[in-house]
Every structure is written in C-alpha cells, then in structure tokens.
Design a binder for this molecule. Structure first.
Ligand code: AR6
Length: 170
C-alpha cells in the first residue's frame, strides 16, 4: 500500500478515481471543481444534475468521462468558520466516504485534492493532518480492500511540503 504526495494538476492523473472538492449543488464552480468539469467535458455536468446535490461531508460518484480517471467522487467539504462548527468531523467524513466508494467500485488507485483548503478556507496544515490520519485509519480498518495507491495531489509546493512531512512521520 502506497500513500504519496504529488505536485500535480489532479485532472491529469491516471488513477481509477479522483476526488472533487465540490459544493452542495454539485453543479460546478471554481478551483479544482472548475478544472475537473473543464477536463471531463459537458457530460460530467449532465451526470451531476441527476444526483440532485449532496450534503456537506458526503460524497457522490460519477464517471470520469474525458478524464484519464474512470470515476470522479464529488466530495462536499465544510466551509471553514472557526473550528467549532464540526469542520474537522465533516472534512474527515469526506475522506472516509470517498474511500468507501473506492472500495465499492474496486478502485486500485485514488487521488485526493486538499479538500476545503481553497475557497472554503480550511487551514491547510490542519486539513492535511486530518486527510492523512483519516486515510491511514480507514485503510487499516479495511485490510482486504482493493486499493493499492492513495495520492494526495498538491497544487503548490507549500502543500507538497506539508503532506510530505506528514507521510514521512511514521
Ligand atoms: N488540481 C489539484 N488541486 C487543485 C487544482 C487542481 N487542478 N486546482 C485547485 N486545487 P478549492 P474548496 C487545490 O477552492 O476550498 C469551488 O468553487 C487548491 O490549491 O478548489 O473545497 C467548488 O465548487 C486547494 O488546495 O476547493 C466549491 O464551491 C484545493 O484544491 C468550492 O470551490 C481546494 O481548493 C470548494 O472550495
């Protein structure tokens, strides 16, 4: 089992599933969401419309259409407020539920962006800690799962440094 930090545009990754940092409408937006919709093409929006939105902390799957990835798991991260609005729990839930979908779809590889750390302003280091810890725990609890590789896709070197340090610490 490999956990790795990679400096990349998530839309270019050849993995079975990429995770989107979506909003509750699932109808697209800016940031990584906009990039994924542009790269996947208009059929992604069509598929998203049929999902009728998604609550915060939950995740819904679509095909990847024109993306190299077979699936997109649309996760709705929390908007950072002050840390007292269940932000940590809701963010952890995005990672846990994405991995559950990966198990259900028998994915061998999955890539996550740093959910909520852009427009939603979740502090990056705190979010990365939750991401790595939640993924480690979920994988340890599901030893027979199909997953061979989990990528933490970093969009800048600051994120890469933070994730790399976390992955090296154990
Ligand atoms: N590949 C990988 N990571 C990326 C990419 C990319 N192509 N583009 C941005 N990031 P954000 P959020 C990183 O704002 O905070 C949208 O409008 C970025 O550097 O995309 O969860 C949605 O529709 C940051 O670390 O998502 C929602 O309304 C991380 O992805 C809202 O933004 C997440 O930043 C969600 O906000």
């Amino acid at each position: 089992m490999r956990l790795e930090a990679l400096l990349a545009d998530i839309t270019t990754l050849e993995v079975d599933a990429i995770v989107n940092a979506a909003n509750t409408s699932l109808l697209g937006g800016g940031g990584v969401d906009g990039a994924i919709h542009r790269a996947a093409g208009p059929k992604l929006l069509e598929a998203c419309r049929k999902l009728h939105g998604c609550p915060t902390g939950q995740v819904k799957a679509t095909p990847g259409f024109r993306l190299p990835a077979k699936f997109v798991f649309h996760a709705v991260g929390p908007v950072w407020s002050d840390g007292t609005q269940d932000e940590d729990v809701l963010l952890a839930s995005c990672y846990r539920r994405s991995l559950k979908l990966a198990f259900e779809h028998e994915c061998a590889s999955i890539a996550f962006p740093a959910i909520s750390t852009g427009v939603y302003h979740f502090p990056l280091e705190r979010a990365a800690n939750i991401a790595v810890r939640t993924v480690r725990e979920a994988l340890a609890a599901t030893p027979a799962a199909s997953l061979e590789k989990v990528v933490f896709c970093c969009f800048n070197t600051q994120a890469e440094t933070i994730y790399q340090a976390l992955l090296n610490s154990l």
